[in-house]
Design a protein around this ligand. Structure first.
Ligand SMILES: C[S@@+](CC[C@H](N)C(=O)[O-])C[C@H]1O[C@@H](n2cnc3c(N)ncnc32)[C@H](O)[C@@H]1O
Length: 231
């Protein structure tokens, strides 16, 4: 998979790229590249943002700046680009990232991620250049970089070769294998610590009973999470 991240702060991804599963995914053929909006601005003095019409706080990323960066990278009118690849604007108001969306994105050959900053994007960027808007949660981050890393992480770890043990991602929280429920609890040695014993069933060696116990624990966790969010 080829992922291009458009950002004002490409250096923020240095730590991310050092993570083992990301390095594995890149070694297995995926690509992660960055385009700095500021390198392609048609405005003087590296300007990329401007004040909102109608007043209000903050600055907005300009539509002409984003257009120029997309055009420089792909050589076509960005209005047509989204017919060829997913162009995802990170936005708190977008479609919530969940396991199903991560699965969907992991099947794409290429993704473009647009990171907003300041007060966000001029709306015309979302309307005319983006194919999708994706949110990593109903809260506001200071910029799209962390959100882009979350998307890249959730997607890249699903690609073959990213995780040391491919089965790690098959039966994880919210996966189809668990019926969309959270993962069951795990324990390791010691079997007892301060009187806190690992459930006997896990020490029994009885795989069928262990499987049933885990499935039930996942269901209970799902019910508890649903109750907690109803409160
Ligand atoms: C400070 S935020 C802008 C918030 C915007 N004024 C609002 O109230 O919705 C700046 C940028 O961070 C990114 N961002 C912030 N929170 C996000 C979230 N929960 N999910 C995805 N991107 C987010 C977006 O790219 C956004 O344009």
């Amino acid at each position: 998979m080829e992922i291009d991240v458009f950002t004002l702060f490409p250096e923020s991804f240095e730590w991310f790229e050092q993570q083992r599963h990301v390095r594995n995914a890149l070694a297995a053929g995926s690509q992660l590249q960055y385009v700095n909006f500021r390198d392609h601005t048609p405005l003087s003095a590296g300007q990329v943002d401007d004040t909102p019409f109608g007043g209000g706080a903050g600055m907005l990323l300009r539509v002409d700046v984003v257009e120029s960066a997309l055009h420089a990278r792909y050589g076509i009118d960005p209005v047509q680009l989204r017919e060829r690849r997913r162009v995802i604007a990170l936005s708190p108001a977008g479609r919530l990232l969940d396991d199903a969306l991560a699965d969907e994105l992991a099947t794409e050959p290429a993704l473009t991620l647009l990171c907003g900053r300041y007060e966000g994007f001029d709306e015309r960027i979302l309307e005319h250049f983006a194919s999708d808007q994706v949110s990593v949660g109903r809260y506001v981050l200071s910029g799209g970089e962390l959100a882009a890393m979350v998307v890249c992480d959730a997607v890249l770890r699903k690609l073959p070769g990213a995780l040391g043990d491919a089965s790690s991602s098959a039966e994880e929280s919210f996966s189809a294998a668990l019926g969309g429920d959270p993962e069951y609890p795990h324990y390791t040695r010691p079997a007892e610590h301060r009187g806190w014993r690992v459930p006997d069933v896990l020490l029994s060696g009885h795989h069928e009973r262990i499987g049933q116990w885990r499935r039930e624990q996942s269901r209970q966790r799902a019910r508890r999470a649903a109750n907690a969010s109803d409160e």
